[in-house]
Design a protein around this ligand. Structure first.
Ligand code: ADP
Length: 570
């Protein structure tokens, strides 16, 4: 082999921090607080990250030690994003919405050495603190008074600002890192079994951030202002902070103010061009924008994912508010962005174009995607053959952290995603379900995701989550849990509303997909990362506590064969 003669320059976060300090020094970080906004330049953040690195050294943090964070999206969290990995330790972002026992499990499993916690979140962590033997110190972040009160609730507690004030005001001499070294750790939310740790490397984060900058992905550049609503405690906030550090885009961080009203106010005044969040938050924002006078049109390039993005949501935002939302797909194990839906903009924005926008998109460069059948055979890209989606690439996990026996998730170098999908001839992946949510009716699969999308296109519907209901004859039938617009049930009886929804679905889905039953619920329960919690809905169905149930006239057929029979009889 004739070796190429190019430099072996390591892909590490140290380079990102250097860019924040130099080339991108004037970019701004805005953090929303209780008493207004704080602003800092990237140069300020880099200088404070240096002080933090000094503090970590004085606390005796070892190479590879896991440093927990329990925090909202704010400037201090960004400082930790940089200082911890650059000084050779591993940033372990803890999901603040997990139940206490899950948190305790994760912290023990990772053996966190220190935990940095927002003063506003100390209450959640304090009850566990005594059982967390590996944690040498809890370091409280917040302004003087609030932090003081919080420190009193924790054992072995220190104050972040005091640590920084005591650190030398001089550049930190960062170690030479290897690009394959671990940089960050994030646990999956563990909907089945215990949460599993995904251990990102400097290299994987660097390459993922580069790919985010591509025009056919997030398309972020120096001119952008990026509102990061997706939590920094979940999958590195989709890599947005790293991408901004690389390219010099401004960051706007909403801390704990995630309701539609403060977000809309933040958008109106800061004029972000990019925003990343899950569909449920965009739904809230759309409802708010429809009923209030606010201008959100600076968002020309928002990103949405985490669960399927309803086409109706994207169309409504674009038509009524000039906000453009593009869909991405990924998971904690894929850093997370792996596909992006950017159909060609040239030509008419017709039904075909919108169909492509509503898919999960094409694999990013360096990511390979395939679908396989139950025997592991690759299926054709014909847009109709569903199989399990598998992916591989330089920012896809190859193993879980300290988890022997999880090999079944990996298939000879491919990650088994647990998602069911089809891929069309242009390479667009379309997720039809999570394997565990798919509805098997009369030997056919019904896509709960597609059904939800169609139900959510009805103007009276705010949210819809479809689950399988056990059925004697057909195995399973779809039950559609719906949150209706306020006042709908006061105008019409539930049976009439259900009949309307069935009529609306009639021309949109196959007949055997039509739900036999609706449940008009006050709200769809959500997981710790804001997705529909179908496990909880199934539990309520099983124990008989699912409210507002209305059966519809059984559709004439519940499977393809059944339908053909019915047609033959007719
Ligand atoms: P967890 O697995 O802990 O719930 P993740 O954020 O890792 O959290 O979830 C990844 C899953 O979210 C994917 O496997 C997929 O089922 C779902 N998902 C993410 N983005 C999309 C999307 N655009 N459309 C449909 N499902 C999505």
């Amino acid at each position: 082999m004739l070796e190429g003669l190019m430099q072996d320059y390591p892909l590490t976060l140290t380079h990102m921090l250097e860019r924040m300090r130099t080339i991108n020094r004037d970019a701004v970080v805005v953090t929303l607080g209780e008493h207004g906004r704080t602003r800092a330049t990237f140069a300020d953040v880099a200088a404070r990250s240096d002080r933090l690195a000094h503090a970590l050294r004085s606390l005796g943090v070892a190479d590879g030690a896991r440093i927990g964070t329990f925090a909202w999206n704010n400037q201090r969290h960004l400082e930790l994003y940089m200082a911890v990995p650059c000084s050779g330790a591993v940033l372990h972002t803890l999901n603040i919405r997990l139940a206490g026992h899950q948190l305790a499990y994760i912290i023990r499993h990772a053996e966190d050495d220190l935990i940095f916690v927002d003063a506003s979140l100390v209450e959640l962590l304090a009850p566990l603190a005594q059982e967390l033997a590996s944690v040498r110190h809890f370091i409280v972040m917040g302004e003087e008074e609030q932090a003081r009160a919080a420190i009193a609730q924790l054992p072995r507690a220190l104050h972040y600002e005091e640590l920084l004030a005591a650190a030398p005001d001089e550049p930190f001499d960062y170690p030479q890192l290897a690009e394959r070294q671990a940089a960050a750790l994030c646990y999956t939310s563990g909907t089945t079994g215990n949460p599993k740790g995904v251990l990102y490397s400097h290299r994987s984060i660097s390459l993922h951030s580069m790919a985010s900058l591509l025009r056919d992905a997030l398309g972020m550049g120096r001119e952008d202002r990026v509102l990061v609503v997706v939590p920094m405690f979940h999958a590195n906030a989709w890599g947005m902070p790293h991408a901004a550090a690389l390219c010099g885009a401004d960051l706007i961080l909403p801390d704990r103010f995630l309701q539609a009203e403060p977000l809309a106010a933040l958008i109106e005044s800061e004029r972000p061009t990019i925003m990343g969040c899950v569909p449920t938050i965009f739904q809230d924002l759309l409802r708010y924008a429809d009923t209030h006078d606010c201008d959100l049109a600076s968002l020309a390039n928002a990103a949405c994912g985490g669960s399927a993005v309803p086409r109706a949501l994207m169309e409504a935002f674009e038509e009524r508010h000039g906000v453009r939302i593009f869909q991405a797909w990924g998971m904690t194990e894929t850093s997370p962005v792996a596909t992006y839906a950017r159909p060609a903009e040239a030509g008419a924005h017709d039904d075909r174009y919108w169909q492509a926008r509503a898919k999960q998109g094409r694999a990013l460069p360096w990511v390979e995607a395939r679908i396989v059948d139950a025997d592991g055979r690759a299926l054709p890209w014909d847009g109709t053959s569903p199989g399990e989606l598998e992916v591989r690439g330089p920012w896809i996990a190859r193993h879980y952290f300290r988890e022997e026996g999880s090999e079944e998730r990996f298939d000879q170098g491919w990650l088994r995603t647990g998602d069911v999908a089809v891929i069309d001839s242009e390479g667009f992946v379309q997720i039809t379900d999570r394997a565990k949510d798919v509805i098997k009716s009369g030997g056919e699969w019904i896509s709960s995701v597609e059904l939800e999308n169609e139900v959510m296109a009805h103007p009276d519907v705010i949210e819809a989550a479809v689950i399988a209901k056990p059925d004697e004859r057909y195995d399973e039938r779809p039950l559609c849990c719906v949150v209706l617009r306020a006042g709908v049930l006061a105008e019409r009886p539930p049976e009439a509303v259900a009949a309307d929804l069935v009529a609306h679905l009639q021309d949109r889905v196959a007949r055997w997909w039509l739900p036999d039953e609706f449940a008009f619920v006050a709200e769809v329960p959500k997981t710790s990362v804001g997705k529909f919690d179908k496990k909880e809905l199934r539990r309520r169905l099983q124990e008989g506590s699912l409210e507002g149930r209305v059966t519809t006239k059984r559709p004439p057929a519940a499977g393809r064969a059944d339908m053909q029979e019915a047609q033959a009889q007719a």
